[in-house]
Design a protein. Structure first.
Length: 148
């Protein structure tokens, strides 16, 4: 068995809390890493999800840490597809909640961030967290080891 923990770094782009409205995550610097994956962790639905009351999770990239973010295109992702807004998963049915989703990023921008876009009414919200997993470091072990 090989150890993966020393060869990845995990950063929260959007902390896992109840979301009742659309939100943009924090930009994550990918410098020093050769692979990037976004993980969307969706909790149990706080509303009845359907075609009207739904939300989407997506990915944006930029050359700057806090500005210029734009939706990624299909040429910049692996393991799935994105729509024109960079969304890779629509959560619009009860079976889509309480799931984890992932998408690989192979674009050329230095910064990436997760986004959540709501449609409809979300008065009680749903817990959603977006993490960026950085892999294949140029220098290992990575800095966010247990007990740091």
């Amino acid at each position: 068995m090989k150890d993966l923990a020393q060869n990845v770094k995990v950063d929260h782009s959007l902390s896992a809390v109840v979301k009742t409205a659309s939100a943009n995550g924090t930009g994550i610097d990918t410098k020093g890493f050769q692979s990037v994956t976004i993980i969307a962790d969706v909790g149990a639905a706080g509303i009845t999800l359907n075609g009207t009351n739904k939300f989407s999770v997506g990915l944006e990239d930029s050359d700057a840490p806090a500005s210029g973010f734009a939706a990624v295109g299909n040429a910049s992702v692996t393991g799935g597809t994105v729509d024109g807004s960079g969304h890779f998963q629509v959560v619009d049915a009860p079976a889509h909640a309480a799931q984890a989703y992932k998408l690989g990023y192979v674009g050329g921008k230095r910064y990436v961030r997760g986004i959540v876009t709501h449609a409809g009414t979300h008065s009680t919200g749903t817990i959603v967290g977006l993490s960026i997993v950085l892999g294949d470091p140029l220098s290992a072990p990575t800095s966010n080891q247990a007990n740091d």
